[in-house]
Write a protein that binds this ligand. Structure first.
Ligand SMILES: [Zn+2]
Length: 152
């Protein structure tokens, strides 16, 4: 499945190129490294996409319970690359796991930045609903693109 819309985000995430608070401190752009969402830990890419309290709750609601330990124990690089290619850990729609995984990562990053940049912060109660809606739009767009290629 084509996930080009998200590839740049993942490319940056895997190369410490996303401006998390830890990355800002490392580049002398800030002295504040804590997560602004939870204020519980340093905000690196692993925290934003996997370990933040709200993020953990979101993953817990879409990952099979017997796979949660493995899901959270992988290194960040393993975690991201495995989930972009693995189809079996998702309990709602396994056939589209890589799309939902990509959408959730995108929304988590967008949510983190919306807290800093504007007032459109998505409350944690609405996050999964937004992700599921966004996933349906991505799948529909991919199907439309496929149909356009077939009939061109
Ligand atoms: Zn946090």
């Amino acid at each position: 499945m084509y996930l080009g819309e998200f590839e740049f985000l993942f490319w940056l995430a895997l190369r410490n190129g996303l401006m998390t608070n830890v990355e800002r401190v490392c580049r002398n752009l800030s002295s504040f490294w804590m997560s602004q969402i939870c204020n519980d830990d340093e905000e690196d890419v692993g925290h934003v996409f996997l370990k933040c309290n709200t993020t953990r709750k979101l993953w817990t609601s879409v990952i099979k319970l017997d796979r949660l330990l493995v899901f959270h124990d992988l290194s960040f690089h393993e975690w991201m690359t495995t989930n972009l290619h693995m189809l079996g850990n998702f309990r709602i729609a396994p056939a589209n796991w890589n799309v939902l995984f990509s959408v959730i990562c995108w929304m988590l990053w967008k949510r983190k930045y919306s807290l800093v940049m504007d007032t459109s912060f998505i409350e944690k109660e609405d996050l999964l609903r937004y992700c599921m809606l966004f996933m349906r739009h991505v799948i529909k767009a991919q199907e439309s693109r496929l149909i356009a290629v077939i009939y061109s």
